[in-house]
Design a protein around this ligand. Structure first.
Ligand code: MN
Length: 249
């Protein structure tokens, strides 16, 4: 895989520093002066960061592509309003932090750090979320299936844990399948809001949004039915390719 693919994945994880610490080679590659992104390097998250600013990436499919499981009306509002809001919040936090450094005034650092984590994780997870689904779902690679079996006993057991974790998030949040670099294995996390309950260093590979805005138009209070639908759309081919790009050694 290319260095730039790794860099894109690290950016989206928000945990590049820890991963880099775990892998001197990766740290060197992240610092290396790479040429400006070639098209092939944008394979994972095209449009999520453009010309020095975070940006709302285009959907990887038409809004109605996931019908009838995920309705076009929800997809349009979710992407165009909710996801866009996190992008704006993230850019604002970044700008305010830059201004604070310039002024040498860190009185607002707690709130700004909180905004960076909330909006940044919101942007990262929504960007991954759109790629976590594909019409009809997609199968994992043989290598990823084996990694799931190694970590969870079987592919099916890992996916069952992801569905259960997603369904049982307290309040608004996410179910997340992630690569964990210390064990070099896979884990399932719950996130409350976007950033709480993190296992720092873990790189999300597949993310199920269980905020009410993600499903309420079609599923109302039946979060379980939405999670069942998400699992039918799950793009385990994308997760497999992202896993190959971010795994160490
Ligand atoms: Mn959402």
């Amino acid at each position: 895989m290319s260095i730039l693919n790794r860099r894109d994945a690290l950016k989206i994880s928000g945990v590049g520093a820890l991963l880099a610490a775990a892998s001197p080679a990766l740290a060197r590659s992240a610092k290396a002066k790479a040429p400006k992104a070639a098209p092939a390097a944008l394979a994972f998250f095209p449009g999520a960061y453009v010309e020095g600013q975070y940006a709302l990436p285009p959907l990887p499919y038409a809004p109605e592509a996931l019908e009838p499981v995920y309705d076009a009306a929800t997809v349009k509002i979710h992407h165009g309003k909710h996801h866009a809001g996190y992008v704006n919040g993230l850019n604002q936090a970044v700008a305010k932090l830059k201004a604070a450094r310039a002024a040498g005034n860190f009185d607002a650092i707690k709130g700004l750090s909180r905004a960076l984590a909330f909006a940044g994780s919101g942007h990262a997870l929504h960007t991954l979320f759109w790629h976590s689904m594909t019409p009809g779902g997609a199968k994992p690679s043989e290598g990823f299936k084996a990694a799931m079996a190694e970590s969870f006993g079987s592919l099916e057991a890992g996916l069952a844990q992801l569905a259960a974790a997603s369904n049982k998030v307290e309040g608004s949040g996410w179910g997340i399948l992630a690569y964990e670099p210390l064990s070099r294995g896979l884990i399932v996390l719950q996130a409350e809001k976007h950033q709480n309950l993190a296992f720092m260093g873990a790189v999300p590979l597949l993310a199920c949004d269980v905020w009410e805005h993600a499903y309420y138009l079609k599923y109302q209070n039946d979060r379980g039915a939405w999670v069942d639908g998400f699992m039918k759309l799950a793009d385990l081919d994308f997760a497999s390719r992202l896993y190959d790009a971010v795994k160490l050694g």
